[in-house]
Design a protein around this ligand. Structure first.
Ligand code: NAD
Length: 359
């Protein structure tokens, strides 16, 4: 906050960020800057046409398309992509898609040391983090290493126009949650906090407009800008209770990633409300709301965002197990989690009831 700066450590992450409508057509030029001509292009099955489009920028026969990316980066998919990269003698990886495609790109880069050019099509933020989560033998392992940080990120707003409204809302709230937790992180610093507040404001300002006009380039551009800032926060400082809860719920009950974040964030902010007053004031200011948690809840209602874990497919009988898992190796959080409060919070969220600030 202006007027006072405490001691801090700030690890800036290297990345070249190119933002603009139509910039997806610059992939071959960006590859050329890296000295690369033979990319492995990774995406999901649904987004194969986008991968084909990128391939046409390169000389015939010099690209390999792998359109098998899947949620949570399963190891068998990575092995097949690694085989494809090796037999094609790829010299870089190009990922086009959401967190699933980018996760696969990171998994390949980790084992091959190939540079990455990524074109995000959601607001998840993985493209600017040195974090990779992979699933092997039914277990998700997450690690943080600069070896997976993409060298070039191309934000082409036109790639987000096809993102369905419901997914845009959930993905945008997923991004918002990164910035919210960055503001009360134990390793928060003034630069990341600036990005966090600006990122929350950009998403709170753009998501309602996207709901009304999904094809608005201006609104989509603002959301993508916010997603970049929020993703950068995720990559720079440690996350708290909210991210721990979402990892447990996603991993244990196979709940959809972005939607789980959307349901939980107002509840966790209500839980932390009295333990991080400075961060809460900045979140409230970004949301233009009297309180952080009421502002986030109001935004979720306005956007008709997912609000119930039951609707996402979680069994009520799973709440006890979820609480036990959340209590194991808790992430640092402004308020120490306790079993009773977590149980109450998850029951509220399961039923789709509004959050309650807990003393
Ligand atoms: P996703 O990549 O799984 O995409 C969801 C679905 O939407 C897919 O079917 C995809 O084909 C489709 N889609 C994506 N963009 C689209 C568009 N513009 N138009 C139409 N359809 C589109 O979803 P996600 O939420 O972006 O990513 C979730 C994954 O990313 C999870 O595995 C999560 O763990 C990971 N993640 C990792 C990090 C990190 O820093 N490592 C950060 C955030 C998320």
């Amino acid at each position: 906050m202006r007027g006072q700066v405490d001691a801090f450590t700030y690890d800036a992450l290297p990345a070249r960020v190119v933002m603009g409508a139509g910039k997806r057509r610059d992939v071959a030029a960006e590859a050329g800057r890296l000295g690369c001509t033979h990319p492995l292009i990774v995406t999901t099955h649904d987004q194969t046409a986008l991968g084909d489009d990128i391939a046409r920028q390169f000389d015939a026969g010099s690209t390999t398309l792998f359109a098998g990316a899947a949620m949570h980066t399963p190891w068998d998919v990575t092995q097949r992509a690694l085989d494809a990269a090796q037999s094609a003698r790829a010299d870089c990886v190009v990922a086009i898609g959401g967190g699933s495609s980018i996760g696969l790109s990171k998994a390949v880069a980790l084992r091959t040391k190939l540079p990455q050019i990524v074109l995000p099509t959601t607001y998840a933020g993985s493209e600017v983090t040195p974090i990779i989560g992979e699933t092997r033998d039914g277990q998700k392992h997450t690690q943080r290493t600069l070896e997976v940080l993409p060298e070039v990120v191309i934000y082409d707003v036109e790639l987000t126009l096809s993102l369905p409204v419901a997914l845009s809302v959930a993905s945008g709230l997923n991004a918002t949650a990164h910035a919210v937790e960055a503001l009360y992180a134990t390793d928060a610093n003034p630069v990341t906090s600036l990005m966090a507040e600006e990122g929350i404001a950009a998403l709170a300002g753009s998501l309602p407009r996207i709901v009304g006009s999904p094809q608005s380039i201006e609104a989509r551009r603002l959301a993508q800008y916010g997603a970049w800032l929020c993703g950068t926060c995720l990559g720079t400082v440690g996350m708290g209770l909210h991210h721990k809860i979402c990892h447990v719920l996603g991993g244990t009950f196979d709940l959809p990633h972005a939607q789980t974040h959307a349901v939980m964030i107002p509840h966790v902010v209500a839980y932390n409300a009295h333990a991080a007053s400075h961060a809460m004031a900045r979140i409230a200011r970004a949301l233009n709301a009297p309180h952080a948690w009421t502002g986030l809840h109001k935004l979720a209602v306005e956007l008709d965002a997912p609000r119930s874990l039951e609707v996402l497919g979680m069994p009520e009988s799973g709440i006890d197990r979820a609480v036990a898992l959340i209590m194991q190796n808790t992430y640092s959080n402004p308020r120490v989690p306790d079993v009773r409060a977590l149980d109450h919070m998850l029951r509220q969220a399961w039923k789709g009831l509004p959050p309650e600030p807990m003393d």
